[in-house]
Design a protein around this ligand. Structure first.
Ligand SMILES: Nc1nc2c(ncn2[C@@H]2O[C@H](COP(=O)(O)OP(=O)(O)O)[C@@H](O)[C@H]2O)c(=O)[nH]1
Ligand SMILES: [Mg+2]
Length: 293
């Protein structure tokens, strides 16, 4: 399989993929593992580099830390590294893949303040597709209808005007405590409203899948982030989506009892498709986006 399916047009096609996710969703670790796969890819493979990227030093540092099982440094608000990778495509053409690593604070602040940096907005405007990362251990609980109904009963009884409950105090709305799926759906709506494209394929990557254990990524999304899953389902014509389970590290660092990190860094990362079947390596979500354009 090759990166980029188009065979007509200029010999180099520009594609920009926006990697989004809240802070700590696994973006930088993914970039580190992806870059390592690219830098060791043999000539002739679709991950083969056509030109050394300008951000070579930064990418190598990320990948070297990843090899040493060291966590990626935190990117601060508004900063990103413009990582443009020029990779071999089919035939004579090649694909220029722009994959900046914006700070997750950009998405969180867009939710709370309705603003994001101009450079991010420019990238959103032209992005061909999205890599949306979600960390399974960092999902603010969703509120089920059952829980709401139970609360309504309690509120109704507590609001008894005959015997008001003095402990009952309304809490002011705090956007920082909004559920993860609310923030993610809002950010997808904002991205869509600022995009120049009619259709934006989204690869939803549930990172640290090694920590989830059994199950299928598609089912996980419907169960844990039902609003996001239903939003994507009902907008499938303009936001076609595919869910992946992604383990960019292969395991937690340090590894849990009884597990070990494979000696060869290339053997560490793995990706599975929505139904739990093995996907085509660490670049599978990117391949899917490029095929879906
Ligand atoms: N177990 C496990 N943890 C991971 C994996 N990928 C990332 N993490 C952890 O998730 C946390 C956030 O990752 P990071 O890439 O810094 O997220 P970012 O803020 O979105 O760039 C870190 O503690 C990583 O070690 C993985 O494949 N498996
Ligand atoms: Mg990061």
């Amino acid at each position: 399989m090759s990166l980029g399916e188009e065979t007509t047009g200029p010999s180099s096609r520009r594609r920009s993929i926006l990697m989004v996710g809240l802070p700590g969703s696994g973006k930088t670790t993914y970039l580190a593992a992806l870059w390592h796969a690219i830098r060791v890819a043999p000539p002739g493979s679709d991950l083969h580099l056509v030109r050394m990227p300008d951000e070579l030093e930064y990418l190598n540092r990320l990948a070297d830390d990843w090899i040493a099982c060291e966590q990626a440094a935190h990117s601060s608000l508004g900063t990103s590294r413009r990582t443009t990778l020029e990779l071999q495509g089919p035939g004579d053409g090649h694909v220029q893949l722009s994959l900046p690593d914006y700070s997750g604070e950009t998405i969180r602040q867009a939710w709370t303040s309705r603003r994001w940096p101009t450079s991010f907005d420019r990238f959103v405007g032209g992005a061909s597709g999205l890599l949306l990362l979600v960390h399974p251990d960092d999902v603010e609980p969703h509120v089920t209808l059952d829980a709401v109904e139970g609360s309504l009963d309690k509120i109704a009884s507590d609001l008894n005007p005959e015997q008001p409950d003095p402990t009952l105090r309304p809490e002011p709305f705090d956007p920082d405590r909004a559920p993860t799926q609310t923030i993610l759906v809002d950010s997808l709506q904002l991205i869509r409203s600022r995009s120049r494209r009619r259709r934006i394929p989204i690869a939803v990557c549930v990172s640290a899948w090694d920590a989830v254990g059994d199950g299928e990524p598609g089912g996980w999304l419907s169960a844990r982030l039902p609003l996001l899953a239903q939003f994507l389902q009902s907008n499938a014509d303009v936001l076609p989506a595919s869910v992946f389970g992604l383990s960019a590290q292969g395991t937690a660092w340090p590894p849990p009892e009884g597990e070990r990190v494979p000696d060869s860094p290339e053997d560490r990362p793995w990706v599975i498709a929505a139904d739990g079947t093995p996907a085509d390596g660490i670049a599978a979500p990117i391949r899917w986006i490029l095929r879906s354009l």
